[in-house]
Design a protein around this ligand. Structure first.
Ligand code: SAM
Ligand code: SF4
Length: 353
């Protein structure tokens, strides 16, 4: 039964807005997975250099003219919405280095059919941009923070910017962002001293920490399974040091994070255990890279060229057909845990995490 199509009973049978996405148009792949979640990378540039994502020096960035402009992104999202996409997350590289990002957020948030817009950022520019982004309609934000320790932050990101991230988080809290999550990459023999302090920090401020297992997407081929700090080890540490963790069923069973609450009633944590507990069979995501390539998986080897289509006078139907084709060709899963696994040619910053 290895290759039998998997029909996930959690996949809703009807798109949330049937008028915008008729049943023939919905993006359902050959394994029965409905795709309603789009991650849009707006740049491959970044103001820090996390070792598990970017090289330290000589980073090769895409030329600016190859990056989709706001009209192109908006058009693509509008077309994707007609196919049932409802959730959009802006990412990068570091999305806040893209000039006028709040203008794009406002435009995407205003598109009929976009029910949820969120952003993933390293937080360094939040002191400047948290307010304009909030005014543009952003409410959900994930801030990447692996450690509260200045030295380790510097070692990981190769930049001394932790104070700006912490100030940005404080500002987001004051502005009233509704769900602030912290993304912490779990690298073995490095971040163990940060696991408990981060969870305590989250409990104190009402942020949900999401521990993300280190994935083979770094630019320098440093990844090795032995360097992954596994979700189960983190659960044991937190349960021992803070309070037992109790699994919480996510209202969206297709969400990649497994959610837990502390048994003492204070706060939650999440785990994105792509290595130890792959969630491919529930995947509902598509990704648009900053240079206009459509990918059905973070680890996809093949991608479809949306930019050339958008820039060659193609109709909306042509673009919709390309999106459908991409979804139709989606594989069953990434196979990190098999000998068949091949890391994608693009590192994380060039895909959009
Ligand atoms: N620059 C923003 C940031 O750092 O949040 C957005 C883009 S970044 C590629 C998105 C997320 O990818 C980060 O929050 C980080 O947690 C995660 N990430 C980067 N490299 C990773 C890796 N090799 N394994 C697991 N997660 C990684
Ligand atoms: Fe930049 Fe985010 Fe990659 Fe770190 S993880 S180098 S912040 S894009």
């Amino acid at each position: 039964m290895e290759n039998a199509p998997v029909i996930d009973s959690h996949v809703p049978l009807a798109a949330p807005n049937a008028r915008l996405a008729d049943s023939n148009a919905r993006l359902i792949d050959s394994f029965g997975r409905l795709h309603d979640n789009l991650r849009v990378s707006v740049t491959d540039r970044c103001n820090v250099r996390c070792f598990y994502c970017m090289p330290e020096t000589d980073v090769r960035f895409v030329e600016r003219r190859e990056i989709l402009d706001f009209e192109e992104i908006e058009r693509f999202v509008r077309i994707a919405v007609t196919l049932g996409v409802r959730k959009v997350r802006i990412t990068g590289g570091e999305p806040l280095v893209r000039r006028d990002l709040p203008v794009l957020v406002r435009r995407l948030a205003a598109l009929p059919g976009v029910e949820d817009i969120a952003l993933t950022t390293n937080g360094v520019l939040l002191p400047k941009l948290a307010q304009p982004l909030y005014e543009a309609g952003l409410r959900r934000i994930n801030v990447h923070l692996d450690t509260l320790d200045r030295e380790r932050f510097l070692r990981i990101t190769r930049r001394d910017e932790i104070s700006k991230v912490l100030a940005g988080l404080e500002l987001c809290k004051q502005l009233g962002y509704s769900k602030i999550k912290l993304n912490a990459v779990a690298v073995k023999n490095l971040v163990e001293p940060d696991i408990v302090p981060l969870a305590r920090f989250g409990r104190e401020h009402g942020f949900e920490v999401r521990y993300i297992e280190f994935m083979p997407l770094d630019a320098q081929n440093l990844w090795d399974r032995k360097k992954v700090l596994l979700a189960d080890d983190i659960i044991r540490m937190l349960s021992r040091e803070i309070a037992p963790l109790v699994p919480v069923p996510d209202p969206d069973p297709r969400a990649p994070a497994s959610e837990y609450r502390f048994a003492d009633g204070v706060g939650r944590v999440g785990f994105i255990a792509s290595v130890s507990r792959p969630f491919c069979l529930n995947c509902n995501r598509l990704r648009l890279t900053a240079d206009g390539k459509l990918r059905y998986c973070l680890f996809a080897i093949e991608e479809d060229d949306v930019k050339t289509l958008l820039r060659s006078g193609a109709s909306d139907d042509d673009v919709a057909a390309l999106i459908r084709r991409n979804v139709a060709g989606k594989w069953r899963g990434h196979e990190i845990n098999t000998a068949r696994f091949v890391a994608p040619p693009r590192p994380m910053y060039a895909i959009g995490g």
